[in-house]
Structures are given as structure tokens and as C-alpha cells.
Write a protein that binds this ligand. Structure first.
Ligand SMILES: Nc1nc2c(c(=O)[nH]1)N[C@H]1C(S)=C(S)[C@@H](COP(=O)(O)OP(=O)(O)OC[C@H]3O[C@@H](n4cnc5c(=O)[nH]c(N)nc54)[C@H](O)[C@@H]3O)O[C@H]1N2
Ligand SMILES: Nc1nc2c(c(=O)[nH]1)N[C@H]1C(S)=C(S)[C@@H](COP(=O)(O)OP(=O)(O)OC[C@H]3O[C@@H](n4cnc5c(=O)[nH]c(N)nc54)[C@H](O)[C@@H]3O)O[C@H]1N2
Ligand code: SF4
Ligand SMILES: [Mo]
Length: 653
């Protein structure tokens, strides 16, 4: 007998699809998920539109996998060797609690570091764990690794204004996709873009790679990574020269228009073209399109934030959209993260919690494992895989190998991070827990998340682990259920009124505005009053970017379906170095050297090389991945990650 359960996908993807999952077999240990597909339209987030991505259709292979961790494990061999023996949950939690207590006695609560990310877990599932460590007053690890620079740049420009609705593409006459790759990482936007082009809208992509989205666009500006601020400022200056700045919109809705235009006038199309590596005429054309094609929608991705100049790039692009007055009706505005609409109030009910002992930057975990004072004595990793996802991988691996560090990892499979743990705890997949929701971060819908099968093996949810750990530590008030979210919807529901409009008429329903009603073009957070470009001086001539691949979500599913472990090189850079298609190259900088096959790929611009993010250590000889080459530096005004700003060179191996 097959039964079908309607649930939702909470993975770290903007789309938040509603799913129909078929199950066969008996409840006691014999249940198997046999099919994962889209839910019928009546139950669905409208963005799902009756189909889901191939990686999730294939993901029964993660649920029922020989790689699943089935019981708690205790390390029996050297750190990183992957040698473990099964232990009971009681023994595992007692061991962890003992280590937490002794770290606090010896070094204070700062020595306990919960590395909790959970961006692919159900929305509310991390709450109890966050709350427990807040109550203990330990260190916290700030989520600077993704969407941090973009969020702060956005909020400094538009305090508390919500994203436009991506479904509004249906009304747009212009769509600019800036630093995003929807064909891979927001696939449900792709058919909307095709439809828009079909009815005559212009689509422009700004990306150092000719992605499938760029290949189908009307214009592709293959910008040099980290020069988006210059491109946006030069386009703003052209907009001004052409008389296309929407002064009446700016007078009412913006502060700092003249400061921004003054900064923009430092650039002409030809000086900017030199820096950005695009044609001067393309900048003038972009200004004409942005100034005349209305309504125009800007889809801002996370590609451009992961750069030392990322915050300036995002603020300049937002400023350009304001100068053009591209707001106020459906199909205009900026689509970015919609998740600020669901602010996290997890800690609101902890008035007596002590202040956190310290806040660590997620990008600096390798450095902090070696140098933090007081030291990191206990590291609790949940919903994250820093051994491959964090920058400066060799520092992270050296930190995880420290004999005096006690590491706990709660995960579904034996990841590269779990292999370094002292105690591994088996985690449920989202098919094995219910009472939660999936909320996309570029989609205005919440879909109920239901339990589809019983937990595989002895796996437990994040909430159950928090409750078990609280009990072992003698902390009251934690129950082995999810913190109940606000009443769960019966089916997918819109979380904002359809057709939300940014800067629509004051007081109209569905209108969103920044606090104070005005955009701040010259008052950003960070050290630069207006977006300012800072060139990076490096002896390594190529910029390595490491974007999302279609097979994985970050490192998830790498155990069975990784993208090819190869480096894409432009024909120009390959021939200048005698690099042949398919032959091994050395990729090197002052942090590390990798050896992997080159793919000569005309879709990457000269000066740029690309390796997919999320590969596992076993996928490359030497056990290092692209993050061995990415610096643990941070964006220079805001402090987010700079994954797409590694400087390297390559040579035939
Ligand atoms: N299939 C799949 N989907 C995913 C993920 C995944 O791993 N796989 N990851 C999820 C997560 S966690 C996130 S945050 C999102 C990320 O999704 P996106 O926002 O698409 O971010 P990236 O893939 O990092 O980069 C997007 C594009 O930016 C380009 N880029 C790099 N540097 C620059 C630059 O300096 N300027 C400009 N203009 N462009 C640049 C890259 O070439 C790339 O094509 O995707 C989510 N969705
Ligand atoms: N070079 C490079 N590195 C990057 C990026 C890049 O563009 N380039 N992108 C960055 C980005 S955008 C992000 S978001 C980070 C992501 O970094 P990470 O959060 O480290 O992402 P993952 O590698 O997918 O690790 C998530 C882990 O959580 C586990 N998991 C999933 N669901 C649950 C659950 O319900 N409970 C528990 N306990 N575990 C669960 C998964 O099995 C997986 O091992 O990586 C960053 N790293
Ligand atoms: S990963 Fe994204 S596209 Fe795939 S099913 Fe989940 S929400 Fe949909
Ligand atoms: Mo991310």
C-alpha cells in the first residue's frame, strides 16, 4: 500500500516547494519513501507550479542511505579518522553534559561554542537549541557566512522594508538579475523569466559567468567580481547624464540623492569599463534600460555579497534602482530575501538570560579554534558542515583536530565535520519530523511540514537533542517537542498579500516602505558614507569564485551526487598558461595548493576561475576543497564572507 503525505521542503533554497511524498511499507522500521515530487497546485506554494528540482526528487537516497548515522557514536580512533563505536543516547548526552560542565568550570561559559546554523532544517527546529545556549550564557556564533552583508546593506538602505514578491515578474517590462544564478539556485524563477521575455520584457544578467540564465537573457554584463559598485555608480552617472533620474520620486522617497550622484560622477562609462571589464557602451545601454523600461524589477542575489567590496556593490545597485524611481507598482522594486518578514523572536521569552559570553564570526572559526581566549573547549555543531563550508579550510581542519577540543556533531550522515567529532548524534531528516513549516527566503509562502515516516534508526530532531541535553545539564523547562510555532497552516499560505508593492501610495494595503518612509542612499552601515570601491592588491592574478551547483544544497547530498570536481577556466587564461581541457592543474595561493582537472569553459570571463561549492574532502586528492583557497577575511564595510573573492593562480600539474 502506498500512501502520500503532503509536506514541504525546508532546504536552504529560496523556493520552499510544497511536496507530495509517497511511502510504502509498515510503520515499524519498514517504511520507505519511494517517491518525492511536487504537491498538487491546490496544496502548493504557487511558486512550486507542479514541479520540483531533480536533487530533491533524488533525495530518497539521503533518507535511506548506507551513509545514514543510525545511533549515537563515540570516537575510538584519532580525530578525523572516522573510527567510532555506537553508544546509547543516555551515555552520549551524559558525556556531552559532563564536558560542557567541566569547560565552564575551567574556562567559563565562553569556552562552550554552539556552532548552530540549520539553514536546511525546518524553520522552528533550531529554537530550543539556541535558547538553551542563550540560557547558559555561552559564546554564540554569528551567522555571517551567508546573506549577512546583503541583509545589512539592505537594511541600511531600506530599514525594515520588505522584498518585492518574485511572482511580480509577471508584470515587469525589465528584469535585472544581479549576482544571482536562478537557473541553479532559485529554479522556479526561471520559467517566470522565460514568460516575461516571451511577452517582450528585457532581461539583463550581471554575472562574471555566462550562466544558463545569462545565456537566455537579452543582455549579459560579464562583470569582474567585486566591481559591481563601480558598474552601478557609472550607470547612475549615465542615468543622470541622460536626464533619466526620477527626481520627483527621489525628492519624496530618498535621502542622499545628491551625495550618491556626486560619487557616481567620479566614473564615466570608459573609466568604469576598464575596472569592470565590460564594454563602455553596455553601461550606457544599461542606464537607458533602467531609466526607460517600466516597471523594472531588480533580483539581487548573494553572489555579489561574497566579496570584499560586496556591501558597496549591493548599496550602489539599490541606489541605482532608487535613482531610476523603479518602485511603486507591481513588477517594479527589488526582490531579495523575503525572510525579514518572519523575524526570529526566539529569545524574547528569556528575560533572565545572562548576556552571551562573546560573539564569534562564523567566517573566523578556523582562527578562533586556534587562538580564541578563553579557548574553545567544547564545540557543538548542528546543521552545519564547517570542515568544508567555512573559509580557510586548513585552519578549520587543524582546529577540529585539536586533542584538547571536545566536538559534538548532530547530523544525518557522516560529514567531513562529523568525522572529527568526539560524539556524533544522529539527526532526523525533515521527512521524519512534523509540526513545523517551510518558509522560502525568496517567496512569500509558508507550507506546513509534516512527519512522513518514523525517525530512521535512533535519529532525533534538533528539538529533542536540545531537550535531552537540557535534562542532562539539569536545566528545566525543555520538552522533547518542537517549540510550537504560531498555529500551523493547513496548506501552503501566502505570507504577504499578493502584489506587494514597495513605496506604493502611503496607507494602501500591500504597500511596504522603509521606516521613516525614505531610502537612505548615503547613510549606509559600515565605514563608507557612500558606496566606495577599494581595489584589492594581490600577487595572484585570477579571482576564484565558488558558486552553487545544481546537484547539492551547499554540501548536502555530496555523499552520493557531487558535481564534477573540476575548475572552470576561460580559454584565454588556459592558453596563456598552457592549460589543456581535462588535464590536471595546480590551483594555488598563499593558503593552499589543490590539484584538479581543468575544464576550458568559455562561459567564465577571463580573469575568473570557478569551482563548485560544497564538495567533500573525498572528492579531491589531498582531502582539501575550494575552501582551502578562500581567505577568512571579511567584507570590508559589513563583515560577511568573501567566498567569491579568493585570489589564485593556476599552472599545469
Ligand atoms: N542547487 C542549489 N541551490 C542553492 C544552493 C546550492 O548549493 N545548490 N545554495 C543555496 C544557498 S545557501 C544560497 S545562499 C543561494 C545562493 O544563490 P545565489 O544568490 O545564486 O548565489 P551564488 O551561487 O553564490 O552566486 C550567484 C552568481 O553570482 C555570480 N557572482 C560571483 N561573484 C560575483 C560578483 O562579484 N558580482 C556579480 N554580479 N556576480 C557574482 C556567480 O558567478 C553566480 O553565478 O542558493 C541557494 N540555493
Ligand atoms: N567556497 C564557498 N563556500 C561556501 C559558500 C560559497 O558560495 N563558496 N556558500 C556559503 C553559504 S551560502 C552557506 S549558506 C554556507 C552553508 O554552510 P553549512 O550550513 O555548513 O551547509 P551544509 O554544508 O549544507 O551543512 C548543513 C548540514 O546540516 C545537516 N542538516 C540538514 N538538516 C538538518 C537538521 O534538521 N538537523 C541537523 N542536526 N542537521 C541537519 C546537513 O546534513 C548538512 O551536513 O556555506 C558557505 N560556504
Ligand atoms: S531544493 Fe528548492 S527547488 Fe528543490 S524542492 Fe527544495 S525548495 Fe524546491
Ligand atoms: Mo547560503
Amino acid at each position: 500500500m502506498t500512501r502520500t503525505v503532503i509536506t514541504a521542503c525546508p532546504l536552504d533554497c529560496p523556493d520552499a516547494c510544497t511536496l507530495a511524498v509517497d511511502v510504502e511499507g509498515e510503520a515499524i522500521g519498514g517504511e520507505r519513501i519511494v517517491r518525492i515530487d511536487a504537491a498538487p497546485a491546490t496544496d502548493s506554494n504557487p511558486l512550486t507550479d507542479g514541479w520540483i528540482c531533480a536533487k530533491v526528487r533524488r533525495s530518497t537516497r539521503r533518507v535511506h542511505s548506507p551513509e545514514r548515522i543510525l545511533t549515537p557514536l563515540r570516537r575510538t580512533g584519532p580525530k578525523g579518522s572516522g573510527a567510532f563505536e555506537p553508544i546509547s543516547w543516555d551515555d552520549a548526552l551524559e558525556l556531552v553534559a559532563t564536558e560542557i560542565r567541566s569547560a565552564i568550570t575551567e574556562h567559563g561559559p565562553a569556552a562552550v561554542v554552539p556552532f548552530l546554523y540549520n539553514s536546511s532544517a525546518p524553520t522552528f527546529s533550531d529554537r530550543l537549541m539556541v535558547r538553551l545556549f542563550a540560557e547558559l550564557g555561552t559564546s554564540e556564533v554569528a551567522h555571517t557566512i551567508c546573506a549577512y552583508t546583503a541583509a545589512i546593506a539592505w537594511h541600511s538602505t531600506f530599514p525594515n522594508m520588505a522584498s518585492a514578491d518574485p511572482l511580480d515578474v509577471a508584470h515587469s517590462d525589465l528584469v535585472v538579475i544581479w549576482g544571482a544564478n536562478p537557473s541553479t539556485s532559485n529554479t522556479h524563477l526561471t520559467p517566470l523569466l522565460t514568460e516575461a521575455r516571451g511577452r517582450g520584457a528585457a532581461v539583463v544578467v550581471i554575472d562574471p559567468r555566462r550562466t544558463p540564465t545569462a545565456a537566455r537573457a537579452d543582455r549579459h554584463l560579464a562583470v569582474r567580481p567585486g566591481t559591481d559598485d563601480v558598474l552601478a555608480l557609472a550607470t547612475a552617472a549615465e542615468l543622470d547624464r541622460l536626464g533619466l533620474v526620477d527626481r520627483s520620486f527621489c525628492d519624496v522617497n530618498a535621502e542622499g540623492t545628491d551625495e550618491l550622484l556626486a560619487a557616481a560622477r567620479a566614473w564615466t562609462p570608459s573609466t568604469a569599463a576598464e575596472v569592470c571589464g565590460v564594454d563602455a557602451s553596455a553601461i550606457t545601454e544599461l542606464a537607458e534600460l533602467v531609466g526607460t523600461r517600466r516597471p523594472g524589477l531588480l533580483r539581487l542575489g548573494w553572489g555579489m555579497e561574497r566579496n570584499r567590496n560586496g556591501g558597496s556593490g549591493i548599496r550602489a545597485a539599490l541606489g541605482l534602482w532608487v535613482l531610476a524611481g523603479q518602485f511603486g507598482r507591481p513588477g517594479s522594486g527589488v526582490v531579495t530575501s523575503t525572510s525579514s518578514a518572519a523575524e526570529d523572536d526566539t529569545l524574547d521569552d528569556l528575560p533572565d538570560a545572562p548576556p552571551r559570553a562573546r560573539t564569534l564570526n562564523m567566517n573566523r572559526i578556523g582562527h578562533d579554534l586556534a587562538h580564541a581566549d578563553p579557548p574553545v573547549a567544547v564545540l557543538i555543531v548542528q546543521g552545519a558542515n564547517p570542515a568544508v563550508s567555512a573559509p580557510d579550510q586548513q585552519a578549520v581542519l587543524a582546529g577540529l583536530a585539536r586533542e584538547d577540543l571536545f566536538t559534538v556533531v548532530h547530523d544525518q550522515v557522516m560529514t567531513d565535520t562529523a568525522a572529527f567529532a568526539d560524539v556524533v548524534l544522529p539527526a532526523t531528516t525533515y521527512f521524519e519530523q512534523g509540526d513545523d513549516v517551510a518558509v522560502g527566503y525568496t517567496s512569500y509562502a509558508a507550507s506546513p511540514l509534516r512527519r512522513v515516516i518514523a525517525p530512521v534508526g535512533e535519529s532525533r530532531t534538533n528539538g529533542e537533542v536540545a531537550a535531552g541535553l537540557a535534562a542532562a545539564l539539569g536545566v528545566d523547562g525543555y520538552h522533547p517537542v518542537q517549540v510550537p510555532p504560531p498555529p500551523l497552516p493547513e496548506r501552503a499560505v501566502p505570507t504577504r498579500p499578493q502584489g506587494t508593492v514597495q513605496f506604493g501610495p502611503v496607507g494602501e494595503p500591500g504597500t511596504t516602505r522603509p521606516d521613516g518612509g525614505r531610502a537612505r542612499l548615503a547613510l549606509g552601515a559600515g565605514s563608507d558614507p557612500v558606496p566606495t570601491h577599494r581595489p584589492v592588491d594581490s600577487p595572484f592574478p585570477l579571482t576564484l569564485i565558488t558558486p552553487a551547483s545544481s546537484r547539492q544544497i551547499n554540501s548536502m547530498f555530496g555523499e552520493y551526487d557531487p558535481p564534477p570536481a573540476q575548475i572552470s577556466v576561460s580559454p584565454e587564461d588556459a592558453s596563456a598558461r598552457g592549460v589543456l581541457d581535462g588535464a590536471d592543474v595546480r590551483v594555488f595561493n598563499d593558503l593552499a595548493t589543490l590539484v584538479l582537472p581543468a575544464r576550458i569553459d568559455p562561459s567564465v570571463r577571463p580573469g575568473v576561475v570557478s569551482i563548485p561549492k560544497g564538495l567533500w574532502r573525498k572528492h579531491l586528492p589531498g582531502g582539501l576543497t575550494a575552501n582551502a583557497l578562500t581567505p577568512a577575511e571579511v567584507e570590508h564595510t559589513i563583515g560577511g564572507s568573501v567566498f567569491h573573492d579568493a585570489r589564485v593562480d593556476i599552472a599545469p600539474a
